[in-house]
Design a protein around this ligand. Structure first.
Ligand code: S3P
Length: 190
């Protein structure tokens, strides 16, 4: 299903979660997909399965530009998909072609939080060390502050809705998303 946007493009009916590392895209995406009985796609998972290695390995062995090319291909591969919840890697918004396609894929929800909270959550994630490559030579706190400041205008420009996740549980954020989308769960069928 698709509908014209204010910008005149056809737009699919996916729900896209965008935002920086630690904003909860994967966990919230999984809960939202369950609530809505939709499939969840995660661009990082698509990249890893296409490459046959982890994102950390891609960064270490092939470099960030190679990862960004794979990420672009993963996003392109979604162009005919509908009815999904899509969790989008935090740096995908850096490319204008990605942003245009993400906009056409559906409603974009930016899960926002301040840099110190994003860093705290990321460091508390036990998968962090093995899955997330460093993105700069900076210390983690400076990296989060610097990259978040550079990316926030891109998230803001893409977002149809901004959800402040700061201090909220995953379930509270899911409820807020359901409210802003005015989506109501399908009643149980007999
Ligand atoms: C990246 C974020 C990661 C992953 C890659 C690059 C980034 O995804 O795509 O490590 O540039 O911020 P998450 O946002 O899911 O951690």
């Amino acid at each position: 299903m698709s509908a014209p946007t204010e910008r005149g493009q056809q737009r699919s009916n996916n729900i896209l979660l965008i935002g920086f590392r630690g904003c909860g895209k994967s966990s919230i995406g999984a809960r939202l997909a369950t609530r809505l009985d939709r499939s969840l796609f995660d661009t990082d998972t698509l990249v890893e399965s296409r490459a046959g290695k982890t994102i950390r390995e891609i960064f270490a062995e092939d470099g960030e530009p190679a990862f960004r090319t794979l990420e672009r291909e993963a996003i392109e591969s979604l162009q005919d998909d509908t009815d999904h919840v899509i969790s989008v890697g935090g740096g995908a918004v850096l490319r204008e072609d990605n942003r245009a396609q993400l906009r056409a894929l559906g409603t974009c929800i930016w899960l926002s939080a301040p840099a110190d909270e994003l860093l705290r959550r990321t460091l508390a994630d036990p998968r962090n060390a093995e899955t997330r490559p460093p993105l700069t030579p900076l210390d983690a706190e400076t990296e989060f502050r610097t990259l978040l400041a550079a990316r926030e205008p891109l998230y803001a420009a893409l977002a149809d809705h901004v959800i402040d996740t700061s201090g909220h549980s995953l379930d509270e954020v899911v409820e807020r998303i359901m409210t802003v989308l005015r989506i109501h769960e399908t009643p149980d069928r007999p």
